[in-house]
Ligand binder design. Structure first.
Ligand code: UD1
Ligand code: UDP
Length: 358
């Protein structure tokens, strides 16, 4: 039995192709949902759209502090893993659900495969960095989305457990984009698509105001499916009304993946602090203004596809505006391609078989 442990929106998107690939191979699997994301449009919608079966159990561990959420997930997981005795657990990305899965499975001596292993921002004040480091070091097989992530693992002495599979989100992106005929419609209005949710950009009122200032200055239609965390923080800081009345900003509820792909494929620019969305920008052909000064996807930063900036630094924000105003949609042939060929799931199953994990 193979057990997938997931709990967040990007993990459902990463899970879909691997689940289906293992299913084609006839492997027995089940899904444990931590409950970290729990709104219908942050969770259920992805299971439905991507054809993922319902989880065997939901641990309802969402909300609360990092420690509360991680601990609650661990307690629930331990019980489930002892009962179900899987031969392998598969973990995804770098969230508190991933961390809880790694620590719990490792202590029960259950082998762990980690999907999206090796990205590093070299800054432990970033909560996801802590989760990535612990998970990679406790895992038995590591699937890297790109060469830089693999090199990071080699530097940390984990090279023998690791391989480059390409980005599994690209598998999902391609399968959804292929189904969405309307994406290819000519003459669509080009928009700026925005996502905004990271702790660094939601914990401080001044920083949230600086981000709103930047949106106003963009003078383009900005469509923002707003993460519930950001809505709550804007409200708490008394900024929600201002955000809702910025004329060029259209705040909408979080969207399912099909709609997200349609939006990204209509964008001339993506404004985000999301690790996943900043990488997907290269699939969708829209350059990315990244609202954190972190070492995200270094190849894309070097190519000036991703422009990193600090919203609170006036000079950095001005440079960002220049980048944003110039950004135009990029033709397929001119898009960077550092993240594989869209067959990451097949490569992962092959590696698991070759290494006798399944
Ligand atoms: C988490 C991950 C982050 C990932 C993101 C993907 C950690 C440390 N963070 O951040 O790495 O990029 O998921 O989206 O694991 N909330 C709701 N409804 C929901 C989910 C969240 O209202 O369905 C609200 C709750 O108030 C919750 C807050 O958002 O406390 C933050 O949620 P949480 O899962 O802690 O962090 P994310 O910002 O989603
Ligand atoms: N996404 C989505 N709907 C939305 C916002 C994002 O489907 O309203 C997708 C997005 O395209 C990407 C994934 O969710 O595939 C990224 O999730 P998020 O930004 O929450 O997490 P991160 O990548 O930062 O961990």
């Amino acid at each position: 039995m193979i057990t997938h442990i997931v709990g967040n929106r990007p993990q459902f998107i990463k899970l879909a192709p691997l689940y289906h690939e293992l299913e084609r191979g006839g492997y027995e699997q089940n899904i444990i949902h931590s409950g970290q994301h729990y709104d219908e449009n942050m969770s259920d919608v992805f299971f439905e759209e991507l054809g993922i079966p319902a989880p065997s159990v939901n641990l309802s561990a969402g909300g609360g502090s990092h420690a509360q959420m991680t601990a609650k997930t661990m307690v629930g997981l331990e019980k489930e893993l002892v009962k179900r005795k899987p031969d392998l657990v598969i973990l995804y990305g770098d969230t508190n659900t991933t961390l809880a899965g790694a620590v719990t499975a490792a202590k029960l001596c259950i082998p762990i495969a980690h999907v999206e292993a090796g990205p590093r921002v070299h800054d432990k004040s970033n909560p996801e960095e802590c989760n990535r480091i612990v998970t990679d070091h406790l895992s038995d097989v590591l699937f890297s989305p790109d060469a830089i992530s693999f090199q990071n693992l080699e530097r940390e002495g984990l090279g023998k457990k690791a391989c480059i599979t390409g980005d599994i989100m690209y598998d999902t992106y391609l399968s959804i984009a292929a189904k969405s005929v309307e994406n290819r419609d000519a003459g669509q209005e080009e928009i700026v698509v925005m996502t905004w949710h990271r702790q660094e950009n939601t914990a401080d009122r001044g920083r949230m105001e600086s981000i709103l200032d930047l949106i106003e200055k963009l003078e383009s239609r900005v469509v923002c499916p707003l993460h519930p965390r950001t809505r709550k923080c804007l409200k708490q800081f008394g900024l929600l009304e201002r955000a809702e009345t910025i004329p060029n900003l259209e705040i909408i509820e979080p969207v399912g993946y099909t709609e997200m792909v349609r939006l990204m494929n209509s964008a001339r620019l993506i404004l985000t602090d999301s690790g996943g969305v900043s990488k997907e920008s290269s699939y969708a052909g829209a350059k990315c203004l990244f609202m954190l000064e972190l070492d995200v996807w270094e190849d894309l930063v070097r190519d000036n596809w991703i422009h990193k900036f600090d919203p609170e630094n006036t000079a950095s924000a001005e440079e960002a505006l220049v980048f944003a105003k110039k950004a135009q949609r990029v033709a397929q042939a001119d898009r960077p391609s550092y993240y594989g060929n869209g067959h990451a799931a097949a490569k992962m199953v092959q590696e698991l078989e070759n290494r006798s994990f399944i």
